[in-house]
Ligand binder design. Structure first.
Ligand code: OGA
Ligand code: NI
Length: 439
């Protein structure tokens, strides 16, 4: 019997094995301590007899292979008494990727699961940018990595971004407490009222998420939100301010890569009242039937640049790349960056906003805090003249008009939105559905 991966590349439960004794967990480690490593950690609460003779999928940034449980167990037991975790991890990864085994296993894997392997390879390549390198010798390579990510992924993950880890930990802890205290019951009531407890058929018009919104700019509403402790408000204020600075720095790095003058994007986003900046705080509770409903349906983001602080254990975010859904791996203390439709317009398509979605998980509650740095409502958006081709493909418009359209068609492809903005009279033809609260 073979255990198959359950949706995410980063968790593996013995679903279908009928064994409740133990489970395997893949844990992401920061790249800067162990480059490109997803660590395999085995947590056991019982014996292994029932597992022996089976194979499991092992997926890390280095390898994707099948390995006999016995083989893995022997490897693990030879190491588990060594207190040095980095040594243990290094040994495991080393063994799994040693050339002979690697080739052998890759072949098996290829025969069995060619597509899965291809997706895995993309996941391995997901761009992770060490921002501290912008201040050193590797600045050029780092800028090139950012540019490549913007051109080919619409997404990247940053580490060493300067946000204090204790602030991030605090925000995570308080967000999870806040959910338990004030949101969980509401979420369960929502399931009841929408008849979502059984999930007998696929649901395509609701998301399995619990959210609330904070606005920072142009005016903060932080003190109007009910049920937040003073401590939580203070932490979110500090967190928001630091993310705002980070967003503005990133926009300047994009300008540099695009050959635009420093401050160009910030200026275009300014309008008369400055940029809009807001945070969507979400929890994706465990879902009994992940195949029936998404945590958040596929969409591109409407605005400028998005900074996401996501749970470091429970995965779920996926982006669409070359027709495949690729996991955005949880990485402790990282921030995931993605580009919204406005950057696609301003760069005249050089950079693209990319479809993404959140899948639900059977186990674990996923926290995500997405901050949207967007143009001000009356900002005039248009392709930068230096990037516009003779026949400019992308439209010019006032940001608020785009948002009015987006609110009704968020979960539809973006191209008709651009088309509609090009021909303002066509806006109504898109027939916006019920409007969704969004940034
Ligand atoms: C969004 C979004 C992803 C997440 O809110 O637009 O894509 O992980 N969120 O919550
Ligand atoms: Ni999004």
């Amino acid at each position: 019997m073979v255990c198959s991966p359950s949706g995410s590349a980063f968790s593996h439960h013995q679903e279908g094995c009928g064994v409740e004794r133990g489970y395997l967990r893949l844990v992401e480690m920061p790249r800067y301590t162990l480059p490109t490593v997803v660590v395999l950690q085995m947590v056991t609460v019982g014996g292994f007899e029932d597992w022996l003779g089976h194979t499991i999928s092992v997926k890390s940034r280095f390898c994707a292979c099948r390995i006999a449980v016995l083989e893995f167990y022997l490897l693990w037991s030879s190491l588990c008494y060594n207190d040095n975790e980095e040594y243990r991890i290094g040994k495991i990864i080393g063994t799994l990727t040693s050339s002979h085994n690697w080739l052998l296993r890759t072949k098996t894997f290829q025969d069995e699961r060619y597509k899965e392997r291809e997706i895995m390879e993309q996941t391995i390549k997901f761009p992770v940018v060490n921002l501290s390198k912008l201040n050193g010798e590797e600045r050029d390579q780092t800028m090139a990595l950012i540019n490549d990510a913007c051109e080919n992924w619409g997404f990247f993950e940053i580490v060493n971004h300067g946000l204090p880890y204790d602030l991030m930990d605090n925000v995570e802890k308080m967000t999870k407490e806040h959910y338990k205290k004030t949101m969980e019951q509401k979420f369960n009531d929502m399931l009841k009222s929408k008849g979502l407890e059984k999930l007998e058929t696929e649901v395509e018009d609701v998301d399995w998420e619990s959210t609330f919104y904070l606005r920072h700019l142009p005016q903060s509403n932080l003190y109007d939100i009910p049920d937040m402790s003073d401590e939580y408000r203070t932490a979110m204020k500090d967190f928001g301010k630091r993310l705002e600075n980070l967003a503005e720095n990133l926009l300047d790095q994009l300008c540099e890569n695009l050959g635009l003058e420093k401050g160009y994007l910030k200026k275009m986003f300014h309008g008369t009242k400055g940029p809009s900046f807001g945070t969507k705080v979400s929890n994706y509770p465990p879902c009994p039937k992940p195949e029936m409903i998404k945590g958040l349906r596929a969409h591109t983001d409407a605005g400028g640049i998005i900074l996401l602080f996501q749970d470091d254990k429970v995965s779920g975010l996926q982006l669409l790349k070359d027709g495949d859904w690729i996991d955005v791996p949880p990485l402790n203390h990282s921030i995931v960056i993605n580009l919204g439709d406005q950057l696609e317009v301003i760069t005249n398509g050089k950079y693209k906003s990319v479809m993404h979605r959140v899948v639900t998980q059977k186990e674990g509650n996923r926290m995500s805090i997405a901050s949207f740095y967007n143009p001000g409502s009356d900002a005039e958006i248009s392709p930068a003249s230096s990037l516009a081709s003779k026949e400019t493909e992308y439209p010019s418009f006032v940001f608020d008009d785009y948002m009015k359209l987006y609110a009704g068609v968020k979960f539809q492809p973006k191209e008709p939105r651009f088309e509609a903005m090009r021909n303002a009279t066509a806006v109504t033809e898109l027939n916006p559905a019920a409007s969704v609260e969004t940034f």
